[in-house]
Design a protein around this ligand. Structure first.
Ligand code: SF4
Ligand code: F3S
Length: 106
């Protein structure tokens, strides 16, 4: 499966959602999660994210391994998103800031 990681938090550009052939993306207040039970590893979403927040499960950055389980948990709780929307208002300020997990809203 592919995994949305820390850098998406407080940015949520949503460029990733429209390319997914199986509608695997789910939307929360300030983060997206991929449902691992839907993802077919097509790889299309990874290059769409302007801040490189999406990784294959086997290539999640060190220290962010917990995002794999977190994507699964949150995808089950949040609705599907298939249409791109505006990024969060302060996305440009938050992009590439480290350790945003504590700011995740559920
Ligand atoms: Fe969807 Fe493909 Fe990304 Fe999986 S790898 S979430 S199937 S676009
Ligand atoms: Fe997040 Fe990047 Fe998609 S910021 S919403 S993973 S385009």
């Amino acid at each position: 499966t592919f995994v949305v990681t820390d850098n998406c938090i407080k940015c949520k550009f949503t460029d990733c959602v429209e390319v997914c052939p199986v509608d695997a993306f789910h939307e929360g207040p300030n983060f997206l999660a991929i449902d691992p039970d839907e993802c077919i590893d097509c790889t299309l979403c990874e290059p769409e994210c302007p801040i490189n927040a999406i990784y294959p499960e086997d290539d999640v950055p060190a220290g962010q391994e917990g995002f794999t389980a977190l994507n699964k948990e949150l995808a089950k709780a949040w609705p599907v998103i298939t249409v791109r929307k505006d990024a969060l208002p302060d996305a440009k300020e938050w992009e590439n800031k480290p350790d945003k997990l504590k700011l995740l809203e559920r």
